[in-house]
Design a protein around this ligand. Structure first.
Ligand code: SF4
Length: 270
């Protein structure tokens, strides 16, 4: 997609400005994908049948698409900056940006334990899923027996468990990524000197909010999985629940306004 095509697409009033900044990137399940510019940009590169394949991270086409979109975005930003008399390659400006980034990194350091805790949870969740085959195999035998006896609803139970695992997998790294962004943005906001800028909704709160939403859903999924697998692996799942609950508690402490942040599209009355 070229810069002028991107600009024309972005001008379409059906899109909700910034909706993609605080979503969970689960486009297949998104109820607002028809209002999302990012989704439309990605779709415009492919026909619908190819879309699923193109989103496969191992697929070359996915990376080609991403590269093209980045190029178009960079061109648009450069053109807009030039129109405002700003030269993005100007050495003084670049030095200022580097100094700002350094200052932000220094400030963010104090909040890094939260990001590390989120990463520790992601690794622990990964390990659990990787070692869970025997637990699921045994549950599978149990459900097969129920099916043979025509008792209960084993198909629904199996589908529900698959759903819990999918939710856990989708969010396990996402939580770390979004909390890291919230911590970085918090450092940037603390260094802000412009009084008007300080009054705007904070990216740190928006990023923390979607991380909290992801944690809420993951905790619900772990709880559901624990019930479904009663008797098997109770303690390990309980440990993971405790670990994630602690991360959520710390995130709420560090970003007390996050729950109240209004995400474009998702938290607005439509
Ligand atoms: S808003 Fe919805 S469609 Fe757009 S990037 Fe986020 S999840 Fe995907």
């Amino acid at each position: 997609m070229k810069a002028d095509q991107l600009r024309a697409l972005a001008a379409d009033p059906r899109f909700i400005s910034g909706i993609y900044n605080y979503c969970d990137r689960w486009c297949e399940r998104c109820t607002l994908s028809d209002r999302c510019l990012t989704y439309a940009m990605e779709r415009s590169e492919d026909d619908p049948d190819e879309w699923g394949r193109a989103r496969d991270l191992s697929n070359e086409k996915f990376w080609d698409n991403l590269h093209r979109q980045l190029q178009a975005t960079i061109e648009t930003v450069r053109a807009d900056a030039k129109a405002r008399g700003i030269d993005l390659d100007e050495p003084k400006l670049q030095a200022k940006v580097i100094a700002q980034e350094r200052a932000e990194r220094r400030r963010a350091t104090k909040n890094l334990p939260l990001a590390r805790a989120a990463m520790a949870y992601a690794n622990a969740a990964n390990k659990w899923v990787e070692n869970a085959s025997p637990v699921f195999r045994s549950k599978g035998f149990e459900l097969e027996t129920l099916a043979r006896l025509e008792t209960g609803n084993p198909e629904a139970e199996a589908a529900e468990m698959a759903e819990f695992v999918e939710i856990i997998r989708w969010y396990q790294h996402f939580i770390y990524v979004k909390l890291s962004r919230a911590i970085g943005s918090r450092a940037n906001e603390e260094l802000e000197t412009d009084e008007e800028m300080k009054t705007f909704p904070k990216d740190s709160d928006g990023s923390a909010k979607i991380a909290l939403v992801a944690m809420d859903r993951s905790i619900a999924a772990w709880s559901g999985l624990r019930l479904a697998l009663t008797g098997a692996d109770d303690d390990e799942i309980l440990d993971l629940l405790a670990q994630l609950t602690a991360v959520r508690r710390e995130a709420e402490k560090l970003f007390p306004q996050a729950r109240a942040f209004v995400r474009p599209g998702f938290d607005e009355q439509r």
